[in-house]
Design a protein around this ligand. Structure first.
Ligand code: MF3
Ligand code: CO
Ligand code: CO
Length: 276
């Protein structure tokens, strides 16, 4: 029995707006991502932009899944060996740091969820390659989305691409269905086998958000109840889009003027990248 919701036309309209707004926070903050800024300052700037300019609600603030303490900030800032859920604070960004900013906004009850990598100053060749391969992993996964395809098809291409590059896929966290609820069914695993798991149907909306480690896949949970790091202290990268299954393929909902273009090898039609 499937409990994956099929969105209505009204839901899809709301999700397009929320998705664009989330991506626009990432555009807004890009010029500030420089040596010397603290993660707390990045959070404050994004939080003010969401509330005062967009009229959106930061979904992470006070978010409290079962077994967790309430998340204390508006965004997630995951630096270097932090895989995900890094809490903004006093950390000063220095030359060569790599950081993922993960933004989830709520607008008219609908959630838009997207994240990007930023390089502070001059990144190492290692860090740039990890960021690029992870970006390709996300888009390869997205490119599999169409009615009749299986959720396992997404994880398979992501895992293949990551492991071929000598990297590993984090298994403890995954993509997720999203709508008026932040995290709902289905889970989108970033590893797996083609033809397995649920069949995709037009009207489903979920995120694709691979976390790829330069070293081993094992994780370490920090004492703050949220921050997740690589066990071997290797670098980790993540990119995230929220995507709608359409009648013919997919539509990326977290689009904005400043979003990086898909990799060259991804064949997209105008319809598949929402013109906003
Ligand atoms: N935005 C994250 C995701 O992609 C979730 C963050 S939960 C938080 O699913 F509470 F840490 F914000
Ligand atoms: Co997400
Ligand atoms: Co996210």
């Amino acid at each position: 029995m499937s409990t994956i919701s099929i969105k209505t036309e009204a839901d899809i309209k709301g999700m397009r707006i929320a998705g664009r707004l989330a991506a626009e926070v990432l555009d807004f903050i890009a010029p500030y991502m420089k040596v010397g800024i603290t993660t707390g300052e990045v959070d404050r700037l994004c939080h003010e932009y969401m509330v005062n300019v967009q009229g959106t609600i930061p979904a992470p603030l006070n978010y409290c899944p079962p077994g967790y303490t309430p998340y204390p900030k508006a965004i997630c800032t995951s630096v270097n060996d932090v895989i995900c859920h890094g809490i903004p604070g006093d950390k000063v960004l220095k030359n060569g740091d790599v950081i993922n900013l993960d933004i989830t906004v709520i607008k008219d009850g609908y959630h838009g969820d997207t994240s990007r990598m930023y390089y502070i100053g001059e990144p190492s060749i290692m860090a740039k390659r990890l960021g690029l391969i992870t970006y390709e992993c996300m888009w390869l996964g997205i490119s599999k989305i169409r009615p009749g395809a299986h959720l396992g098809d997404i994880g398979y291409v992501i895992q293949q691409h990551a492991e071929k590059a000598g990297y590993s896929v984090v298994r403890e966290f995954c993509g997720h269905g999203i709508g008026t609820i932040f995290h709902e069914e289905p889970q989108i695993l970033h590893y797996g086998r083609p033809g397995t798991l649920e069949e995709m149907k037009a009207g489903m909306i979920f995120t694709v958000e691979p976390m790829i480690n330069a070293g081993r896949r094992e994780i370490r949970e920090m004492g703050d109840g949220w921050t997740i790091k690589t066990k071997d202290r290797s670098l980790s990268a993540q990119w995230e889009h929220t995507v709608l299954v359409t009648e013919t393929g997919y539509e990326v909902l977290t689009v904005s003027a400043g979003m990086p273009p898909p990799p060259e090898f991804i064949k997209t039609s105008a319809e598949q990248i929402a013109a906003s």
